[in-house]
Design a protein around this ligand. Sequence first.
Ligand code: NAP
Length: 290
Amino acid sequence: MVHNVLVTGANGQLGHCLQNAAADYTARGWQFFYTDVDTLDITDIEQIRKAVEKNHIDLIINTAAYTNVDQAESDEAAARTLNATAVGHLAAVAKEKNLLLIHISTDYVFDGKSTTPYKTDHPYHPVSVYGITKAEGEKAIMESGCRSVIVRTAWLYSEYGNHNFVKTMIRLGQERNELKVVNDKKGAPTYAPDLAKVLLMLADKYDGQGLEIFHFANEGEITWFDLATEIMRIAHFPCKVFPITSDQYPSPAERPDYSVFDLSKIKKYLGISIPDWKESLQKCVHNYGF
Ligand SMILES: NC(=O)c1ccc[n+]([C@@H]2O[C@H](COP(=O)([O-])OP(=O)(O)OC[C@H]3O[C@@H](n4cnc5c(N)ncnc54)[C@H](OP(=O)(O)O)[C@@H]3O)[C@@H](O)[C@H]2O)c1
């Protein structure tokens, strides 16, 4: 089926990657309408309604979000407006127009106390303002009754965006001789181009009438220290990386200790295998020119 797709937050990290991944689908007749806050502010439901009507949208992919986890602790109202209220607006319009909403959420809706990979039906227990507001966004979608797919992801990185760990490590790796990185938080990074591909596959395949939740990250189970060490190795930076505990690197927001996802549902649904974290990381570091 051909879609008219509205992408929100399209100038962000994931939005850029979606633009790159869309070529195969435009070749099949899909039309993409890329918007960001300057052209479509999703906190304004009338703007959403108009954009949907004008462009005959039948699918919204919402990548817009308040993503600064630490800043959210002291900016709760703004985080809630974008991560919860605006998501409710998108869901309300999706319900009104009977269109599909694909929404991106996060491992931060959990507390990280699990010792086994998180399944999609694990109960919410966010421990930060960002996580609380993202969980509220998910609940707004559920309550709307719209056709929707929520994809939770974690540790997102790419060649784009202002704040992502890989980009920061590539900068610091060139500036410093040594670096201390947290080694007591477990998870798996997600290469945003891998996620973008999967979002479009879901858009192509999903024909349900209700809500389905999926988890997506690259394969593996590592710490931020492991990730930093591998970046230095791939890029051949002489910078030495030393492990520290989170207590030695305090930050305003509490972060889950354990963010590993159970990926079996999405792999089975799409019939795919997911690249290992090292394989995708290598692509990204090479694209940075190293
Ligand atoms: N980054 C991660 O590590 C991570 C981890 C797990 C889940 N996620 C989720 O993945 C999704 C994509 O994240 P990302 O890293 O691509 O985010 P991002 O780079 O911060 O992009 C978000 C985009 O939304 C835009 N935006 C802000 N306010 C808006 C508004 N009112 N209306 C429309 N657009 C608005 C932003 O514009 P400005 O830049 O001008 O504000 C930005 O271009 C988000 O749902 C996020 O919660 C991210």
